[in-house]
Design a protein around this ligand. Sequence first.
Ligand code: IMP
Ligand code: MG
Length: 184
Amino acid sequence: MPAYDQYLQEILIDAVTLQNRVAELGAQISAEYGENDDLMLICILKGGVMFMVDLSRHITLPHEMDFLAVSSYGKGVRESSGNVRIDMDLGSNVTNRHVLIVEDIIDSGETLRFVMDVLKARHPASLKLCTLLNKPSRRKVDIEIDYVGFEIENKFVFGYGLDLDEKFRNLPFVGVVNLDALPK
Ligand code: IMP
Ligand code: MG
């Protein structure tokens, strides 16, 4: 029995469905940006990493990648507090460049609101947002999303970049966590 099995209630999005959707998003992004746009994908660490590298392989336009690590502090481990901070900033300047943020999931929206505000202040040529998963029922702050992989219900999920207490980001599918199996 694999180590994650006790925490898995059900597979929500299987690996094939995920990869097909990532390919579609890559094609859509490739069609909507211009060949000469100075496109930069910004991965929100750590959750966005699997999604961004797979997405990047389906983007046929030249583009760069960079990484931004943020965390929210206070509150519990499975809920954002709204107090977000930068743990590791970008290595590159985004001014006058076309920035596409790549995130794993938008829940309350607090993390992305903060990230968008920080990046907007650096004056990119454009700023768009691509998220693999969206949980609209949990939204606390208004946020406009340009590309969404899947809308999901209010369930805590893991795999494909999303962690369960920092583990199991490597799973090729998105699964629903069996909350009863977790330590209280
Ligand atoms: P927000 O600030 O509430 O939108 O929270 C976004 C962050 O919380 C995401 O980047 C994830 O790291 C984490 N998160 C929210 N929901 C889940 C989930 O269901 N599983 C794993 N992480 C989650
Ligand atoms: Mg995250």
